[in-house]
Design a protein around this ligand. Structure first.
Ligand SMILES: *Cc1c(COP(=O)(O)O)cnc(C)c1O
Length: 228
């Protein structure tokens, strides 16, 4: 059922790469929040290798029920301190780290699991009160702090643009994120910084044109979500 939608998304990704003259790779995160595990299984069978979930509890149930080829599970939704204990063993990448408190708790839990947790720092570039993510003025201190934590490995940045009718309006925000992402490479071992996560259903093409290499797409693949 999702096959043609997925193939349309892949074609649009490819076209955006060509427009931007990019020869590197963009990875697709299929966002399955509010969709059943069968949707994950269907996507995985069609080659989707990364699945993004917003809520730890919902993801845990799907991860336990999932049957299919090995896939990566990413946490893309806001992470509360009290959910970190459950989240760390489940996710290969947490996109949504935005506070010192969450970093401290990831460090504590990951140490206990003898795991180094890969994370992205989530930026709130447009300063939207309704969105999570750190403000740009908080970012340098949090980036430095994260470097002191042996069980946290920062792999890049994540951001969300506000919803604009015209996705072109997201472009300046994505451009700021891309510049900060490039700048980040001087503070960490170069091979460690590899993910710029930005772009969703309505703006992923603009995000790719501005350098995203991880896009998070739900609706365009799985259809509208039914909120419970
Ligand atoms: C839901 C969600 C997405 C996917 O949104 P779509 O518009 O359905 O593609 C991407 N990123 C985050 C953080 C989300 O919460």
């Amino acid at each position: 059922m999702i096959e043609s939608a997925l193939s349309a998304v892949r074609h649009r990704m490819e076209a955006a790469m060509v427009r931007a003259g990019r020869v590197d790779r963009v990875r697709l995160v299929g966002v399955t929040k509010n969709h059943p595990v069968e949707a994950v299984e269907e996507a995985a069978a069609l080659g989707v290798a990364i699945v993004g979930e917003n809520r730890v509890q919902e993801a845990k149930q799907k991860i336990e029920a999932y049957q299919g080829p090995p896939i990566e599970w990413h946490l893309i939704g806001h992470l509360q301190v009290n959910k970190v204990r459950q989240a760390v063993p489940l996710f290969s990448l947490i996109h949504s780290v935005d506070s010192r408190k969450v970093l401290d708790e990831i460090e504590r839990v990951a140490a206990k699991h003898e795991k180094v947790q890969d994370v992205l720092l989530q930026l709130n570039i447009a300063c939207e009160a309704s969105k999570s993510g750190m403000l740009l003025e908080e970012y340098p201190a949090l980036r430095e702090y994260a470097q002191t934590l042996p069980h946290v490995r920062v792999r890049g940045l994540m951001c969300m643009a506000p919803f604009f009718e015209n996705a072109e309006e997201s472009r300046p925000i994505f451009r700021v994120a891309a510049a900060l992402y490039e700048d980040m490479k001087q503070y960490f071992p170069p091979e460690q910084i590899s993910y710029l996560s930005m772009g969703m259903t309505h703006d992923f093409e603009v995000a790719i044109e501005e350098g995203a290499n991880l896009i998070r797409v739900g609706t365009a693949i799985f259809g509208e979500r039914i909120y419970k």
